[in-house]
Write a protein that binds this ligand. Structure first.
Ligand code: ADP
Ligand code: MG
Length: 557
């Protein structure tokens, strides 16, 4: 049975399988490696995932969703055509599509996957990712941290050389900087820092706003579709600037054509704050890792925004190190996940991935400093501690002749426990203890699979143990079935259906981006195509499909 690695990204997702000593990127139903992490409800209620959904973000913004990875683990929902979806439900649709595409590509069933997550994802977000996998029918033995996956991909290409690596992952909406140590066969994340509000989309927006300003348009007063058209044109211009020195942006709005030429130098000068935003996480990651820039052997760049030559140059300037370009920024993380999946199958030599605790784990205690009856957080396993980790601390009686111990476990950085995430509690009896005397030891053991074991040991040697998380599904079979049923009815049935709908979505997007005379052409061919589908005439369908694709290809380039 095939086991794959998946980069479930905020903007884009991708799957890779490690076979016969090399990683093989998997093509989706549209013959592309990258599947945009977007979901859209089609006019008849069917759900579209990937490129077609990304197109519909422009033509049907209110029926489409993207960037839901940001909300993984939060209690938010997005309403699409009267149905509310949680971030994990939307993510499960992406995973389901990837699973189906992999099965079509490989010609066999895919049931297991290693999925990558940002190193800073907290327990809730990791749990949500597992729920998404459960809902999609994929078994996930382990999640892998994105920087570890990137490092693994680099090492498998360049040999497993000991050293200290800085991984800079600059994606669509997030920047993550990690310092990773490789020693013998252990890959250890020393520190992570980042900015989850900085990414490629900021360049798009800066360009879109500049475009509006120079054309005397008010960006904030545009309709959602107009905004989306300008935004997408801006992204296209940005991507083109990675290869050519000057680009021309053309956008038709209300019969008028607006244009702007843009160079990399202009992009640099309007993106000063974005570039400056890269500096801080780099500094912080180095600082938290207790290394200096001189200790960094390689800078590995991943994420689509690291394809920008201006970004590479800026990173070279602030680190003094020419970044390594041996890994593909688009695929390195999925590749690393796939390599790890294969390792777990013993197809490869064993590498141990250690981890860091992305948050503090502790218990609530009386505030002895204020002594006002309020409670405060007493950290046991500090943030950024290497995992697996086991730490014990003594605790003291808070009242005279105390006979009960009530341990409340929290995760988070706030001194006030109620501001942190409540994990669970342990209650037990103990021999009467005088106020201020030691009453028990609390030992916390946290492993790389996300299982927290809390032991409370009283002075008479009694030990109470509780495990707080596990890799088991957090949902019952019943709950899974219920959620699946809600979405299943709306899933697409055949690859053909998907291909046709994707072409229609593309036509509708390009329609919004085109001038009147081109719009008439698109409408004509689109109507013919739809008519052919309705008549179920295979020859006509093929003919009209080809003629519409040919027109769209011509209009787009
Ligand atoms: P994420 O990790 O957020 O899913 P990616 O790593 O795939 O995203 O990065 C997506 C971002 O990369 C988008 O903002 C996209 O515009 C940008 N991008 C992709 N290719 C290029 C390129 N050749 N030049 C500049 N930016 C690019
Ligand atoms: Mg990414």
């Amino acid at each position: 049975m095939a086991k794959i690695g998946i980069d479930l990204g905020t903007t884009n997702s991708l799957a890779v399988i490690y076979r016969g000593g090399e990683s093989v990127k998997i093509k989706n139903s549209l013959d592309e490696y990258i599947t945009p992490s977007a979901v859209s409800v089609d006019d008849d209620g069917k759900i579209l995932v990937g490129e077609a959904a990304k197109d519909r973000l422009i033509s049907h913004p209110d029926r489409s969703a993207s960037e839901f990875k940001r909300n993984m683990g939060l209690r938010t929902t997005v309403e699409l055509e009267g149905v509310k979806y949680t971030p994990e439900e939307l993510s499960s649709l992406i995973l389901k599509k990837i699973k189906a595409d992999c099965e079509a590509f490989l010609g066999e069933e895919v049931e297991e996957a290693i999925i990558s997550v940002p190193a800073y994802f907290d327990d809730n977000s990791r749990r949500a990712t597992r729920i998404a996998a459960d809902l999609s029918g994929l078994h996930v033995e382990r999640l892998i941290n994105e920087p570890s996956a990137a490092a693994l991909s680099y090492l498998s290409r360049n040999g497993y050389v000991d050293g200290t690596y800085m991984v800079i992952d600059f994606g669509g909406g997030t920047l993550d900087v990690s310092v990773v140590d490789v020693f013998e066969n252990i890959i250890e994340i020393l520190a992570v820092a980042g900015n989850n509000k900085l990414g490629g989309k900021d360049f798009n927006e800066v360009i879109a706003r500049d475009f509006c300003k120079k054309n005397e348009l008010s960006y904030d007063d545009l309709s959602p579709v107009e905004k989306a058209v300008i935004y997408r044109a801006s992204e296209r211009a940005k991507i083109a600037l990675s290869d050519i020195p000057v680009v021309m942006i053309e956008v038709p709005l209300e019969k008028q054509k607006y244009t702007l030429t843009l160079t990399n130098n202009e992009l640099i000068s309007m993106s000063k704050t974005i570039f400056e935003g890269i500096r801080d996480p780099v500094r912080k990651a180095i600082h938290d890792s207790r290394k200096t820039l001189q200790n960094i052997d390689k800078v590995i760049l991943v994420g689509g925004s690291c394809k920008m030559p201006t970004v590479r140059e800026f990173i070279r300037q602030i680190t003094g190190i020419t970044p390594d370009t041996s890994v593909d920024p688009d695929t390195a993380i999925a590749e690393g996940a796939a390599i790890y999946a294969a390792m777990k199958n013993k197809d490869l030599k064993d590498i141990i991935l250690t981890d860091i605790c992305p948050f503090t784990l502790g218990v609530a205690v009386n505030n002895d400093i204020l002594n006002d009856g309020s409670i405060m957080m007493s950290p046991i396993i500090p943030r950024n501690n290497t995992l697996p980790s086991s730490i014990m601390r003594p605790y003291y009686a808070a009242s005279q002749d105390q006979t009960g111990i009530n341990i409340r476990v929290y995760q988070g950085e706030n001194i006030h426990p109620e501001q942190n995430l409540f994990i669970g509690k342990l209650e037990l009896q103990c021999p009467p203890t005088r106020r201020g005397d030691k009453i028990c030891d609390v030992k916390m053991t946290y492993d790389i699979n996300g299982i927290l074991i809390v032991d409370v040991i009283t002075l008479d040697g009694h030990k109470e143990t509780k495990a707080f998380r596990s890799n088991d599904s957090v949902l019952t079979e019943d709950q899974i079935e219920k959620i699946r049923a809600k979405m299943e009815s709306a899933m697409l049935v055949t690859p053909e259906d998907e291909k046709y709908r994707a072409l229609i979505a593309r036509a509708e997007r390009i329609y919004e981006e085109s001038f009147n005379e081109q719009r008439a052409l698109i409408t004509g061919r689109l109507m013919n195509f739809k008519a052919a589908i309705n008549m179920r005439d295979p020859i006509k369908v093929r003919e009209t499909y080809n003629s519409l694709s040919e027109l769209l290809d011509r209009l787009e380039y």
